[in-house]
Design a binder for this molecule. Structure first.
Ligand code: DI6
Ligand code: FE
Length: 405
């Protein structure tokens, strides 16, 4: 006897073995036991009458069911916001002026350092609830606005607490190498030493880190500096990922591939050689159209190269206070189609199975397949493409987390 049998849904399984676009099974059924998927297939293939197979039978009446959505790149935890800067820029102030007045990423660092753990939890929960309302069942959240020992640990503890406050899976990424804090001005290598020798080992010892990220950019850290962080991560047995080629081609994606990174993210300035290296390493390309939109970037990531070399592509919000104050993964999917010319199937794969790969949890999440977590989203939609097509309409009907709604 299964716990629950979901009957007669249009199942977009994202299981490639199904062999149809979206892994679609029309008139499908899914059974769950102990919070995992126990059976999936066409209703006609069920081993017996539904009521004899499961304790509870839930009728989907033809509704679309997908895996629970996965946002694999966010900076959801932060203090304050940057609306004043946004306003100042639209009133004509330059980026440099704002930076000179202490604005930009370091203003978020100040606000985050000044916030208590409880303050950060409350503001992060309000954003998290927006993701939950859209059927997100797994979210990745990065540190990187503390940039010292106490404040990075504070952020990471908040990230862990979010998981116990809501029915959601949270992956925690350490992003100590995000920006240079003012106390290390002009001494980036000393800061990287501090990250490698003190902050990361302490965070790891407390069990707060699932993966390690960095910002490889002119305004961030050089490939050589990032490589030192990657070496430390690797020696601690942690997987890595990287913000790479967002504003310029630094070769960060090639470095990420060299360290078998789970993902390289942004990639507007990626070159074909590094796309090939990513393909060989199995590194996922995480595309972030919200940041592209907010920065009014005009260069698209090289989608043709990514397709040509079969680099798996994911889509995420990059939810952060500076370059993507966005809490809608559905909107990110729509922008992936409109700005990057991805297909609805590519963006949905990018918010399910490929997002799971980008987090190294593809054995547990991202598709409706036997043995995976029973995390689903049920939609007021007939076709999967409707999820990417709408702007601002939330079609979620029901969200199932670990087998229960
Ligand atoms: N790339 C980005 O776009 C954000 N961080 C990063 O590494 C910017 C974060 C911010 O401005 O607060
Ligand atoms: Fe980011």
């Amino acid at each position: 006897m299964w716990d629950t049998l979901w009957l007669d849904g249009r199942l977009a399984t994202f299981n490639t073995a199904v062999g149809a676009p979206y892994g679609l099974i029309d008139h499908g059924a899914v059974a769950t036991s102990g919070g995992k998927i126990a059976w999936v297939g066409p209703v006609d293939d069920l081993p017996g009458a539904p009521e004899t197979c499961a304790q509870k039978v839930q009728r989907l009446d033809g509704a679309l069911m997908t895996p629970g959505l996965i946002d694999c790149h966010t900076h959801l935890v932060f203090g304050g916001n940057r609306a004043k800067e946004f306003e100042a820029r639209l009133l004509g102030k330059s980026y440099e002026e704002i930076a000179r007045e202490g604005g930009g990423i370091l203003s978020t660092v100040r606000a985050t350092r000044n916030a208590s753990e409880d303050d950060l939890l409350v503001t992060a929960l309000s954003r998290l609830d927006a993701f939950i309302a859209e059927g997100v069942t797994t979210i990745e959240i990065k540190s990187g606005y503390g940039l010292d020992l106490d404040n990075e640990l504070k952020m990471l503890r908040v990230i862990r607490r979010l998981e116990s406050e809501r029915q959601i899976r949270v992956r925690s990424t350490f992003l100590g190498a995000h920006a240079l804090p003012s106390e290390f001005a002009d001494r980036p290598d000393a800061y990287i030493d501090f990250v490698c020798n003190e902050i990361l080992p302490a965070a790891h010892a407390e069990g707060l880190v699932d993966a390690v990220d960095g910002f490889c950019e002119n305004i961030g850290f050089s490939p050589a500096q990032i490589e030192r962080v990657f070496q430390t991560a690797t020696s601690l047995g942690l997987s890595v990922k990287l913000h790479a080629e967002q504003l310029s081609d630094q070769g960060g994606s090639g470095l990420a591939a060299k360290y078998n990174a789970l993902s390289a993210d942004h990639l507007e300035y990626l070159n074909e050689h590094d796309a090939l290296a990513m393909a060989k390493a199995g590194t996922v390309a995480v595309l972030l159209p919200g940041a592209y939109y907010y920065l009014r970037e005009t260069k698209c990531p090289p989608i043709d190269h990514l397709r040509k070399h079969n680099v798996p592509m994911a889509i995420a919000t990059d939810c952060n206070p500076g370059t993507s104050p966005m809490t809608s993964l559905l909107l990110a999917m729509n922008m992936g189609c409109t700005f990057f010319h991805l297909t609805p199937e590519e963006v949905l794969t990018g918010a399910t199975s490929n997002a799971a790969r980008a987090l190294g949890i593809e054995d547990k999440a991202g598709s409706i397949s036997v043995g995976k977590n029973a995390d689903f989203a049920i939609w007021n939609a007939d076709a999967p493409a409707e999820l990417a097509y709408n702007v601002g309409q939330n079609l979620l009907k029901q969200r199932i987390f670990a087998g229960t709604s």
